[in-house]
Design a protein around this ligand. Sequence first.
Ligand code: NDP
Ligand code: BG6
Length: 491
Amino acid sequence: MNLISNESLQPFDFVLFGGTGDLSIRKLIPALYFRHCEKQLPQDGRIIATARSSMDSDEFRALLDEQVRQHISDQDFDQQHWASFLDRVHYYPVDVTNVQSYQALVEALSGREEHVRVFYLSVAPSLFMPITKGVHAAGLITEHSRVALEKPLGRDQASAEDINDSLSAAFKEEQIYRIDHYLGKETVQNLLALRFGNALFEPLWRSERINDVQITIAESLGVEGRSAFYDQTGALRDMVQNHLLQLLVILAMEPPVSIDPDAVRDEKIKVLRALKPLTGIDAIENSVRGQYKAGAYSDGPVPGYLDNEDIPDDSTTETFVALRAEIGSWRWEGVPFFLRTGKRMESKTTEIVINFKKVPHSIFPTADGFTTPNQLIIRLQPEESIRMRIYVKAWGDDIQLQPVYLNLDFNDVFQKRKMIAYERLLLDLIRGNPTLFMRRDEVAAAWAWIDPIRAAWEQYQYRPKNYTAGTWGPGAANALISKEGLRWNED
Ligand code: NDP
Ligand code: BG6
């Protein structure tokens, strides 16, 4: 499957707004470095970082030397490649809220109008509009320009529309790349390969065969240095509106007619629109909000969310969400999709679990363990794997069924460095392949499903339930699923 073209890149200028920020240091610069090492960046490909801090390019390179190095393992670091990579990097101080400030970029980019020009907005969403206006007013947007925005796009459907309107005033829709880095993860793309590259699964992929689906994105980290952003955002906006819904739509979409960007995105949006709305009391009954309190991991205790000095003592921001969703379509009618995500959960685990229906009639004596059905587990983190649980007869005199796993660990199969999600996305961005980016209508449809849930939480003053850091979330999340005789997969 040719999801991503391997055609070589044209000369480019990658203008990185927020070049000193957390995301740039931890993910974006390392991703570009790895692609440089793989010789996938053209000779004439420049990275032009900006932020307000006053420094010159040499000082910025020294900062990268000190900070980015921590995010590249010794095994993947090569001093010579790093030195030649840094030659590509330039820095200009720009306050994006000050129109005069863009002059530095005008000079840096002058004479390079024929090259691909990427504006990457790795800044707070409140700066998306000033930057769009700023680069437009400074005449920096060329025919070969693209703009990339980080999620979450806005805080709700209305604010997302405002941002989109402002973007559309300066860029054509095909120049706008809305990032959800989960779409850059190998296993997410492998989900497409699994479903549409094999005839085996399609007949099973429907309500007649599938009992329920669970999607979990659990993190063991807390909010780290992002308290201010997180407290204004919460898990529903930070994770469900984008990453969780993207996993859901890829899992549930109909086969696209081709791998063409719009063919794929047309099918994705149909699923978002088919999600049954959760409104009012229905939203309360089908959702769980949680907030972590102090707890402990094997390496020691961790403080609670409210113990963080940057978080107001009375904050009711959720750090955990569980939802029961349904898709109103021929394929999925009646199949519950259980979604959950949280900070400071027991372990960093991202997985999709598909529970198939039980056999209609068991001819075997009921043995312990034969209460759960066949299961397909697609794991994205910590390891990338696909496991299928089937029943076999255990060796011995008795006819005793035992669950065993058919195991596919991508590490064993491919035995090479696992790309970070941004490597693929940044190359696609420079190349101009929008398949793995979100279209405007997709973002709007996702917010349209999310907004009523938040409105119901406000209407019913639904405060988050506490859970202890290091656990799988509040007990109410278990109750949500056990009502249907099910349990979360936590093996
Ligand atoms: P940070 O707060 O760490 O970085 C923000 C950057 O913006 C800094 O470089 C800051 O530098 C710069 N900045 C702030 N104000 C201005 C200004 N007026 N003019 C110019 N530059 C400015 O944010 P993150 O890196 O964490 O996040 C960036 C974006 O990515 C956000 O939209 C976030 O939601 C998204 N995101 C982040 C993830 C992460 O893991 N960090 C994951 C997924 C998405 P200075 O103060 O020097 O100006
Ligand atoms: C980001 C969220 O989009 O995804 C963070 O803003 C979260 O809060 C992160 O930690 C998780 O990404 P990953 O790739 O580590 O699962």
